[in-house]
Design a protein around this ligand. Structure first.
Ligand code: GDP
Ligand code: MG
Length: 162
C-alpha cells in the first residue's frame, strides 16, 4: 500500500506551493461528507523509487463554518488519513496563535509529524530556529517551495518516516 503524506498549516504558509512542487499529477474534486469540499487535494509523488500520495489539506473547505473549525477539521483529516504529517510554518512571519492551535491538535497523534519552515528563501546567517523548536514537535526542516531549497532533505525525511 502506498504511503500517504498530509500537508497541514494555516493559510498562506505555502502548502499548495509545496504540494505542487512534489506531485507529478493532480487528481480533482473528491466529495464525501456533506458540507465538506475536497478540491484538488490529492497528488502522486515519487522519491528514491518510493511512491506515495500527498494531500494538501488546505483544499478541504467547510461550508458556513468559522475558520478555526476549518483548520481543526483539516488537521484531524490529516491525522486520520496520513502516515506522515508535514506541518508547514512561515519563516517570514514566525510562529502565530493559529500555528499553536494546529500544534495542539497534532500533539494528540502518535504519527510522525515533520516541522517544515517554508519561505526560507536564502541562507540567513542569523538563523534562530529556537522559536520554531518551541512548538515542541522536533527540529525544523528549512525550505523554500518557490526557490526549491531544502525540498530534497524534506523528501528524504518523509520517505524515512514512512
Ligand atoms: P497555502 O495557502 O498554504 O496553500 O499557500 P500558497 O502555496 O498558496 O502560498 C501563499 C503565497 O506564498 C503565494 O503567494 C506563494 O507564491 C508564496 N510562497 C509559497 N512558498 C514560498 C516560498 O518558499 N517563498 C516565498 N517568498 N513565497 C512563497
Ligand atoms: Mg493552498
Amino acid at each position: 500500500k502506498k504511503g500517504i503524506v498530509a500537508i497541514v498549516g494555516r493559510p498562506n504558509v505555502g502548502k499548495s506551493s509545496l504540494f505542487n512542487r512534489v506531485i507529478r499529477e493532480k487528481k480533482s474534486i473528491v466529495e464525501d461528507t456533506p458540507g465538506v469540499t475536497r478540491d484538488r487535494i490529492y497528488g502522486n509523488a515519487e522519491w528514491l523509487t518510493r511512491e506515495f500520495l500527498v494531500i494538501d489539506t488546505g483544499g478541504i473547505t467547510l461550508e458556513d463554518q468559522p475558520f478555526a473549525k476549518e483548520i481543526k477539521i483539516q488537521a484531524e483529516i490529516a491525522i486520520e488519513e496520513a502516515d506522515v504529517i508535514v506541518f508547514v510554518l512561515n519563516y517570514k512571519e514566525g510562529l502565530t496563535e493559529e500555528d499553536k492551535m494546529i500544534a495542539r491538535i497534532l500533539y494528540k497523534t502518535k504519527k510522525p509529524v515533520l516541522i517544515v519552515v517554508n519561505k526560507y528563501d536564502k541562507k540567513d546567517l542569523n538563523l534562530d530556529i529556537f522559536e520554531f523548536m518551541s512548538i515542541g514537535l522536533g527540529e525544523p526542516i528549512m525550505i523554500s517551495s518557490t526557490h526549491g531549497i531544502g525540498i530534497g532533505d524534506l523528501l528524504d525525511q518523509i520517505v524515512h518516516s514512512m
